[in-house]
Design a protein around this ligand. Structure first.
Ligand code: UPG
Ligand code: MN
Length: 748
């Protein structure tokens, strides 16, 4: 038998994709030929302003394609070997678990409760785990739910471990296993008991949350009396404490609501994560930290072992700052009508990045190395920080809590790796409160050089980039059994708001000091890795060119101007379109996704790029100019009861409201419709240049209308399925202005 000690804890396997690569290259060549064609037309003197705009947009599309091609070029996957782990490490390392929640209405406490239960029930020695919940809403309901959860956990966790239940979030488990049909009589009996207890628990929590029961602010709940969401002192409460350090007990459970004051910048989730980092540093100081959003439940109870395999591999794990598990979703709507399940993107882009310097940090389902978050580079982490850091520098970077500084020094030295410090979390409450105060970070490096970075509402991407800039890598962790599943936005509006936030946050990143370009120029981001990040950070910028192209097509049809070659030359854009379409379709089908899924995603890409990404981009520009700041709009999460009660008549249907998110989309649709009508009725202007509008331009308009079909139906539908009159009115006004300017200001 091979010597287990020398075997790697994880393997990296490169995936072959010769055929796809040649198609990728073919598309690139076609794009180049289109550009060349345009350049030659200068010589032939057909070069007009619309041609120039088309040339600029197409140059951008070519650049985007290079970015995508580069990102997908050499994908890799990892295979972890948890069975080797215990043979190589004497003791498993500690892991601190972070959950964030910020609004008990948009994020119902019953969801957070389930996430926490699934974490407490992880298949990992309980005395090596501590679960920290950050509540940015300072909600007594969330706290109450956690207290109740901790009581239920005493039965639930042993039950899961005894019967090796795989799905350990009760609402997921009981929705999948609806009867205790199989198993021993003992199991059946316990199953019924559990089900009963969970039903009681969820009823209680939902009743309290919906204010159906009068709430008594007594005992441990008294501190919540008179607190306001944005104005309250720090509250830190130890709900569960594994005082006897039992490996088969329950992990610590700690509730943290950081101090909030009006007129203070709280930095949304990034601020919350930094507080959790400090509080956990004081209390348990684990070398690794897992972070999940409140709706991301564990689906693979052994996931920590898998992630630790990567982080602790003695050869390849040393320079890994974080391990990212894919985001996957439960109860996703069939065929992904809103394009928010990201199956194909994760498949191709993230695996592709996995073959470079590693995937981006996606904000949730991520295992971090504490020392990387603390700003060390891989070399310093491995060989120790050169010399002891002077106390003064430590205070400048980490703030002035002596107790916390001690924990930082311990973390740097790598002590406290697996053993507990023998002191219980509750003895650190006062210090924890101190490091959660809103003034604690004043003039320190938190959010600036280390920790979760501030300044963008997409805090995850720059935070990951900041670590990779120092030479760290990251890895994907992809055990056969899905690691985490979460709640994808339920409807069109929620999706659009999320997309708008990402686009604006990412644009700010691209133009800021943590952009991938800066990372390549001044840091240790490898060129290809930096380029692959542009797929993500350029979402906002991409929309500008797509909106411009959409407007250009309509302009051409309306004014009888051509931007595509007429006659034989038309084959270039046509072939490009056909091959690109077949190529993406093949990608979907080969992953077992349906034709419908593919089309839904295709049209959604067009819809979001030309609408909310564009709004997001404009918001980012306004922020970058210092005019007004962007805010983090939280994504609404579905409650288990709404899922179960079949509150799903709208699932997958497009519903609209008066949100500005729909104005741009409706305008694009109306402009294209006008163009088509003008063409059909023959109201176009006389062709005033040598090159009049041909089929190419018209096809462009028609394609956009087909993509915007759900909006077209929305124009005629009523109630929530219809686009409100006020939105139609605003869009009509905008379209009219556009058409008017087209006709008076024919540019040629
Ligand atoms: O002031 C805030 C705002 C948000 N959150 C938490 O941040 C998480 C993510 O918020 P959500 O509304 O669910 O955003 P999503 O768009 O679904 O999240 C994705 O995108 C975010 C960045 O835009 C990342 O932070 C997330 O991890 C990633 O899952 C949730 O747990 C929130 O409770 C806070 O703790 N404080
Ligand atoms: Mn989310």
């Amino acid at each position: 038998m091979a010597n287990q000690e020398n075997l790697p804890l994880y393997d990296k396997i490169w995936i072959k994709r010769k055929f796809q690569r040649s198609i990728d290259i073919l598309i690139l060549l076609l794009l180049f030929s289109l550009l060349c064609f345009r350049l030659f037309s200068i010589i032939n003197n057909t070069f007009t302003i619309p041609w120039f705009l088309a040339f600029s947009c197409e140059s951008w599309f070519t650049f985007t394609w290079i970015v995508i091609l580069n990102a997908k070029w050499s994908p890799a996957v990892t295979k972890t070997h948890p069975n080797r782990l215990l043979q190589q490490v004497q003791e498993l390392p500690r892991v601190d678990l972070f959950v964030t929640t910020a609004d008990h209405v948009l994020e119902p406490p019953i969801i957070t409760l389930n996430t926490v239960l699934s974490l407490l029930a992880l298949d990992y020695p309980a005395n090596k785990l501590a679960c920290y919940v950050s509540d940015d809403a300072c909600s007594v309901f969330t706290f109450y739910a956690l207290v109740e959860a901790s009581k239920f956990a005493k039965f639930w966790v042993p039950f899961c471990k005894k019967y090796n239940i795989q799905v350990r979030a009760p609402f997921r488990y009981f929705s999948q296993v609806t009867e205790s049909e199989e198993g021993s009589p003992e199991f059946k009996q316990e199953w019924l008991q559990m089900k009963d207890m969970y039903d009681n628990l969820s009823r209680k929590v939902e009743d309290v949350t919906r204010n159906l029961l009068p709430f008594k602010f007594e005992g441990e709940f008294a501190v919540f009396l008179n607190t306001e969401k944005r104005n309250h002192p720090s509250i830190v409460k130890v709900i569960l404490e594994n005082k006897d350090d039992l490996s088969d007990g329950l992990p610590h459970l700690i509730y943290v609501s950081r101090e909030k004051k009006p007129n203070y910048e709280h930095n949304y989730k990034a601020g919350a994560m930094n507080v959790l980092t400090r509080v956990s540093g004081l209390m348990t100081n684990a070398p690794f930290m897992l972070n999940v959003d409140c709706d991301m439940v564990v689906s693979n109870p052994k996931i920590i072992q898998h992630a630790v395999c990567i982080l602790m591999d003695s050869k390849n794990g040393k320079d890994v700052a974080f391990v990212q598990c894919f985001q996957q979703f439960y109860d996703g709507i069939k065929d992904d009508p809103f394009g928010n399940q990201w199956v194909a993107a994760f498949e191709y882009i993230i695996r592709g990045m996995g073959g470079l310097q590693g995937p981006f940090y996606g904000g949730t389902n991520t295992f971090h190395r504490r020392n990387a978050i603390y700003g060390l580079d891989p070399h310093e982490n491995h060989y120790g920080k050169k010399g002891k850091l002077a106390e003064k520098t430590l205070i400048q970077q980490f703030g002035s809590s002596n107790e916390f500084l001690k924990s930082v020094t311990h973390a740097f030295e790598g002590s406290n790796y697996s053993s507990s410090n023998g002191i219980s979390p509750s003895s650190f409450i006062d210090f924890a409160i101190q490091v959660s105060d809103c003034g604690y970070e004043n003039s320190t490096s938190w959010g600036n050089q280390m920790g979760w970075l501030y300044g963008s509402i997409s805090e995850d991407v720059p935070t990951g980039l900041n670590m990779q800039r120092k030479g760290w890598r990251s890895e994907c962790c992809m055990p056969d059994q899905t690691a985490f599943t979460g709640c994808a936005p339920g409807g069109l509006l929620t999706t659009m708001i999320q997309q708008k936030r990402w686009a604006s946050g990412l644009t700010v990143v691209f133009f800021g000091k943590h952009s991938p370009v800066m990372g390549v120029l001044f840091g240790k981001i490898q060129i290809r890795a930096g380029l692959s990040y542009c797929w993500l950070t350029n979402w906002g910028l991409r929309s500008v060119f797509e909106v411009c192209y959409a407007a250009l097509v309509a302009y051409c049809v309306i004014t009888n101007t051509g931007i595509f070659p007429n006659g034989f030359g038309l084959w270039i854009p046509l072939t490009l379109f056909v091959i690109y379409t077949i190529h993406t379709l093949q990608e979907y089908l080969s992953k077992g996704l349906s034709l419908r899924h593919w089309w839904n995603n295709q049209r959604m890409v067009t819809m979001r790029t030309t609408s909310v990404w564009f709004i997001g981009f404009l918001r980012a520009v306004i922020k970058l100019l210092g005019i007004s700041d962007t805010i983090f709009e939280i994504t609404q999460k579905k409650t288990p009861s709404s899922i179960a009660s079949g509150d799903n008549v709208d699932a997958g249907r497009f519903t609209f409201d008066e949100s500005s998110a729909f104005v741009v989309g409706t305008t694009i649709l109306l402009v294209q419709l006008t163009a088509i009508v003008v063409r059909i009725l023959g109201l176009q202007l006389e062709a005033n240049s040598r090159n009049g509008c041909g089929v190419g331009e018209l096809m462009g308009s028609v394609y956009l209308v087909v993509c915007y079909w759900p909006f077209l139906k929305g124009l005629f539908a009523r109630g929530k399925y219809g686009i409100p009159l006020s939105t139609i009115f605003k869009s009509a006004l905008l379209s009219f202005t556009f058409v008017h300017f087209c006709r008076i200001g024919v540019i040629s």
